[in-house]
Write a protein that binds this ligand. Structure first.
Ligand code: SF4
Length: 343
């Protein structure tokens, strides 16, 4: 199986930017960005990141605000903080080098078993299986694994096939196969090098694997986003370090509907654990909740320098499309309407 896979990879492997000039730092950045994020999404962020922070030393000495701004829009912002912390730790305690030992890699901020295995195999040629969603799906089909496929199960099944040299290429080949051929729906088996080894293919069950587990229903939440704009300033708060979206700027979110204000069109976002419906409300300056919040007055001219979550960016876009926020910082209309009940 290994030879079939590696031959296929030589001919059909994707030409990804972090594979062109392989360096421990580049692999670290790419593998951190790739956690829970698709390759196509990561590529432009990776390229921008490398222009802004071309070396570990430059990342370590950057301010966290700069790091966050460069990560803005990629989501799972904790990864940006961990990457920054890791860069600083490597410069301080490891002479700017990535430790070779798998266990030591696991002690770095935000480095879990997937990233440690990817770094070990890609940078140091150590025999670790880097289990991501692609590998889980392929393993479930190759070995017709019943029920939920765990990382341990995938490692146990694939470890015997790891080549003695270039185990990283083995991992990358499986990742590429999962992204381009053994895709979630309707795998393109006619282009797969592993048909002769694949139990699901040989038994005509490729659509049945991975087996479905009873799906967890994602809870829905509704919140109100408080907006106040006066003269050339807007009221925003910075998410604290123990909150979701730590370090990002955004509108104050509250559970209860403000007493007065103008309701704008609601915006939606799906996070890992819940779906959020956020109803933006333009509130007056004496809104008691806004006044008790951590919101501070920020000049509108500074908006482009701050990092926002995707959801808060949606609200800013909404404000820009409306009369409330303009590039010439026009005064907003007075707020007087009573709030209508949200639909
Ligand atoms: S033969 Fe089909 S189902 Fe099996 S690994 Fe290849 S693409 Fe996936």
């Amino acid at each position: 199986m290994t030879d079939l896979l590696l031959t296929w990879f030589k001919e059909h492997g994707r030409n990804l930017p972090w594979r062109q000039a392989r360096s421990p730092y580049r692999v670290l950045v790419a593998e951190t960005m790739l956690q829970q994020t698709r390759v196509e999404t990561v590529i432009p962020y990776y390229q921008r990141w490398m222009r802004r922070f071309p070396s570990l030393a430059e990342l370590a000495s950057a301010s966290f605000d700069d790091v966050l701004k460069c990560w803005e829009g990629l989501g799972y912002y904790r990864r940006a903080r961990y990457l920054h912390q890791t860069a600083q730790l490597l410069m301080k305690d490891h002479q700017g080098r990535l430790p070779r030992d798998y266990r030591t890699l696991l002690t770095l901020p935000g480095v879990g078993s997937y990233t440690a295995a990817a770094l070990s195999s890609l940078v140091f040629d150590e025999p670790y299986v880097a289990v991501d969603g692609n590998l889980k799906r392929i393993a479930s089909r190759l070995f017709t694994v019943a029920g939920q496929v765990t990382s341990n199960e995938v490692t146990r099944r694939l470890e015997p096939y790891l080549p003695a040299t270039q185990p990283g290429a083995f991992n990358e080949a499986l990742m590429d196969l999962g992204a381009t051929v053994c895709i979630p729906k309707r795998p393109v088996c006619s282009e797969c090098p592993l048909t002769s080894r694949c139990q699901a293919f040989l038994t005509g069950q490729t659509e049945a694997f991975p087996q479905k587990t009873s799906g967890r229903k994602i809870p829905r939440r509704t919140r109100y986003g408080l907006i106040h704009i006066a003269a050339k300033d807007i009221w925003l708060e910075r998410r604290s370090h123990n909150e979701m979206l730590a370090g990002l700027w955004g509108f104050v979110q509250v559970q209860n509907r403000p007493v007065t204000g103008i309701i704008l069109q609601d915006v939606h976002h799906t996070y890992t654990h819940f779906k959020l419906r956020l109803i933006p409300v333009i509130v007056p300056s004496d809104d008691p909740v806004l006044n008790r919040s951590r919101a501070v007055r920020i000049p509108l001219t500074k908006l482009t320098e701050l990092a926002f979550s995707v959801l808060d960016r949606k609200i800013l876009a909404l404000l820009e499309q409306s009369k409330y926020l303009t590039t010439d910082n026009r005064e907003p209309s007075p707020v007087s309407a009573r709030i209508a009940a949200p639909t």
